[in-house]
Design a protein around this ligand. Structure first.
Ligand SMILES: *Cc1c(COP(=O)(O)O)cnc(C)c1O
Length: 403
């Protein structure tokens, strides 16, 4: 953990805990690394659903080409913060009202999930026009991945056979412009696998377009770049991925390629900081009970993993009895919820863990607070801190990346 963050965490009072602490300079640096690794012709959108905290979005705004949203709520949120940012609106089950809202908000791309959705769009268009990508469940064979959205029966996107009826609709409606295809098939891939998938998708898309006599201008290959919670320092290899995309793009000289990662962008900038309330032994096994729990940080429950953490020792102990502790043994870290599922890390070796010590859970910047069931048991919400030791002016409007 960076010293500035550690310093901030030391300053927090017990009653400030649990706390979400966000590393804004770290996020900017990470986003810069990603952008730098990508070829110029690759547009980088951030998938807002990973974490739509306004300060994080503002830190990202100068480094991404726009945002991907998946609901009317996210669309309103992003538009409110960045009046001019390019937005792509995807996701299944868009309501007629959301499509109408998207057209009024001037979204740059609509990702169409089904023939019916395309017909609804046509019905609500009126005088307006729409630029669309058809989302396809491209027939690829996916190995084992954390989350598979395609390559098998799936509620996401269109089967290839359903594309032709969509082409007929587009051909009969001048207001709808087909720009290309969208393919988001899997989450949790390493760079080499992600690249192989991208190449397969591009080859398939190029073949499909040639067969149909379509000028394929754009392909969005989605997000899902892997984040390894068991090895926090093993990050997605953006330079290798970028170099591979550059090679792949050489075979498609007129194509604009777009990616829309979420988790791999913001996961690392967030810390969930809490405190050991109790240490106890049950049939010989050590348990540490922490302030808060999976109602604040649902990620380890949702993904069934051990959330990585650092222990921040606190030496102040003023009680007249022995301080409960675990030493050199595996400890299970649990929260305050009355359910056996409230586990943040299971039987992880610690040197020493005492009541009063602080625990900083790493990689809590994406799919963390915003996917958690906050109201369960009515515990207080955490406090939120955006640490910005490098004073960088926060843009109040979205500045488009100029290159
Ligand atoms: C969730 C989602 C993303 C982002 O996925 P990550 O795994 O967070 O990178 C991108 N595109 C679509 C269509 C999604 O549903």
């Amino acid at each position: 953990m960076r010293p500035a963050l550690l310093h901030h965490i030391h300053q927090l009072a017990d009653d400030d805990l649990p706390a979400y602490v966000y590393d804004l300079p770290g996020l900017r640096e990470h986003a810069r690394t990603i952008r730098t690794a990508l070829p110029e012709r690759v547009e980088l959108l951030y998938a807002a659903k990973a974490n739509s905290d306004p300060r994080l979005l503002q830190a990202l705004a100068g480094h991404v080409d726009g945002f991907e949203v998946a609901s009317g709520g996210e669309l309103r949120h992003i538009r409110g913060l960045f009046p001019d940012a390019p937005i792509a609106f995807g996701g299944p089950g868009k309501t007629p009202a959301e499509l109408d809202q998207a057209l009024d908000a001037g979204v740059k791309r609509l990702h169409i999930e089904s023939e019916h959705e395309l017909r609804v769009l046509s019905a609500v268009l009126g005088e307006r026009t729409a630029d669309v990508l058809l989302r396809v469940n491209v027939p690829v064979v996916l190995g084992s991945v954390a989350l598979a959205m395609g390559g098998k029966p799936s509620p996401f996107g269109l089967d290839p056979a359903q594309l032709d009826p969509c082409l007929d609709i587009v051909a009969s409606d001048q207001r709808i412009r087909l720009r290309g295809l969208h393919v988001h098939l899997a989450s949790g891939l390493k760079a080499a696998a992600q690249l192989a998938l991208a190449e397969e998708v591009l080859a398939w898309a190029g073949h499909w377009a040639r067969q149909r006599g379509i000028d394929l201008a754009e392909v969005n290959i989605g997000g899902g770049m892997g984040v390894d919670y068991a090895r926090p320092h093993k990050m997605f290899d953006w330079p290798a991925f970028g170099a591979g995309l550059r090679r792949a793009l050489a075979r498609h000289p007129h194509l604009t390629l777009r990616i829309e990662p979420g988790r791999s962008v913001t996961a690392y900038c967030g810390w969930y900081v809490t405190q050991v309330l109790d240490v106890k032994f049950s049939r010989g096994q050590a348990f540490a009970i922490l302030r808060g729990g999976t109602h604040h940080l649902r990620t380890p429950a949702a993904k069934q993993h051990d959330q990585p953490f650092e222990v921040i020792p606190d030496d102040s102990w003023h009680r007249p009895w022995n301080r409960p502790e675990a030493r050199d043994e595996p400890v299970t870290l649990v929260g305050q919820l009355c359910t056996p599922k409230d586990i943040l890390a299971r039987r992880v070796m610690v040197d020493r863990l005492r009541v009063g010590d602080r625990i900083a859970f790493a990689m809590a910047g994406a799919y963390a607070w915003n996917i958690s069931h906050h109201e369960f048991l009515m515990h207080p919400h955490p406090t939120f801190h955006h640490v910005d030791d490098v004073e960088v002016p926060v843009p109040d409007t979205y500045a488009c990346r100029t290159s």
